[in-house]
Design a binder for this molecule. Structure first.
Ligand code: C5P
Length: 404
């Protein structure tokens, strides 16, 4: 990667210190990094440290005659292969979305003709604010790729989406853009379901489950990276949309089924959603009242449609490859093989969700891939992104497209 260059724009968020690690990791990969800091960023991270780690001069002023003589700001904006904004504060996102150029960082962002990747970091309420969401939507339309924010505890003591994604994830995203991998699934249409479903009890209450959507979203992202045209049908989740996919947001299993059927025909379907098995039989239009002296209401449940089985047995538009999940506790392989037969799908990815494995909502997974013909393949304790990458490689091979 020694010929690759990143222009890293560091804005004034507390997470700016993570950029030091990012610069170090990029330099380890021989990526050249030129840093630009905003006025606020200089208060939070030392330009000297950035200069020492990057081995390049750090730029911070627009109207410096000596700098203009050495390197014009237009050249600075164009000489990179990729412009990265991290942390992207609410302020710099707002300026970018509106084309403001009142300092070196924003001027470069307006003057560049290279792809821009922004990793937001801010207080969760600022992130959720309609103004920020509007700015982010506008930036996405403009072709800016938004990575994160991640969810978690914030430096300000609050909790929610707003953390800068970890340097490791930023590094991955940057390397993927600098050296796009092969796209073996170009021209392939894929459908992925992800997340839980919410089944209404009344207008304010619902039945849900603990699925985070992380595995399904990672699969959708990996399929898109491999060149597939991806429709991701997602139940309610608190994680960011994966880049490069069309996302259809649903709540209930019935809505999920309708969205999946509307996405057909596809060559590949991966059902990773934790679809509720049952839903309340009747959903009153008014909130069920708790009344003195009355017994608690009885919930009568009816079975939900099995989306995986429906896709696998679709009379006219069965995908060439249908992949389901089996979350089991104990006797993993035998139960997964039985599930494969029962559902009529081609492959099953089985994971052990016994208490203590931390799979539900966690970042890692141990899975068995059961394809039918061969012995099960076991993928031990991997990040969910790596499980996704391996599954996509297997899909590419199965479709005769080489490995991803
Ligand atoms: O039957 P079980 O819920 O264990 O099956 C899990 C697999 O079936 C997952 O791939 C899940 O996405 C899919 N499924 C579905 N629709 C349902 C129930 C499960 O697509 N109603």
């Amino acid at each position: 990667m020694s010929d690759k260059r990143v222009l890293l724009i560091v804005a004034g968020g507390i997470a700016a210190y993570k950029c030091l690690e990012l610069v170090r990791r990029l330099r380890e990969r021989d990526v050249r990094v030129r840093c630009v800091v905003t006025r606020a960023a200089k208060e939070l991270v030392s330009p000297l440290a950035l200069a020492a780690l990057s081995g390049e001069k750090v730029h911070d002023a627009l109207f410096s005659l000596t700098e203009e003589a050495e390197m014009g700001h237009i050249r600075l904006a164009r000489e990179a292969d990729l412009v990265v904004v991290a942390p992207a504060t609410a302020d710099i996102l707002a300026k970018m979305a509106n084309g403001l150029a009142d300092d070196l960082a924003t001027t470069l962002l307006l003057a560049t003709d290279k792809p821009v990747l922004a990793a937001p970091a801010m207080n969760p309420v600022m992130w959720a604010h309609p103004a920020t969401q509007r700015n982010v939507a506008r930036l996405r339309e403009d072709g800016v790729e938004i990575l994160g924010p991640a969810e978690g505890d914030m430096a300000c003591g609050e909790h929610g989406p707003g953390r800068l994604v970890e340097p490791e994830a930023l590094l991955e995203a940057i390397l993927a853009r600098l050296e796009p991998g092969p796209r073996p699934l170009a021209g392939i249409r894929a459908l992925v379901t992800s997340g839980p479903t919410w089944e209404a009890i009344d207008p304010v209450r619902y039945i849900a489950n603990r699925s985070s959507g992380r595995q399904g979203h990672a699969i959708a992202a990996a399929l898109a990276r491999a060149g597939a045209e991806v429709v991701l049908v997602s139940g309610p989740v608190a994680i960011p949309d994966p880049p490069g996919v069309r996302i259809v947001r649903v709540e209930s299993a019935s809505e999920m089924l309708a969205a999946c059927e509307a996405a057909l025909p596809v060559e590949v379907a991966v059902c990773a959603a934790a679809v509720a098995d049952w839903r309340p039989e009747r959903v009153p239009s008014e909130k069920i009242k708790k009344e003195e002296g009355h017994a608690p209401p009885v919930l009568r449940l009816v079975e939900n449609p099995d989306i995986l089985a429906r896709l696998a047995r679709h009379p006219s538009a069965r995908p060439r490859l249908v992949v389901g999940f089996a979350a089991e506790t104990g006797e993993l392989e035998a139960k997964a093989r039985a599930k494969r037969a029962k559902k009529g799908c081609d492959w099953i990815l089985a994971n052990d969700v016994s208490p203590g494995t931390g799979v539900f909502g966690g970042a890692r997974n141990t899975v068995l891939l059961i394809t039918g013909e061969e012995p099960a393949r076991r993928w031990e304790d991997l990040p969910k992104e790596e499980v996704a990458r391996r599954l996509v490689a297997a899909i590419a091979t199965a479709l005769g497209r080489g490995s991803a």
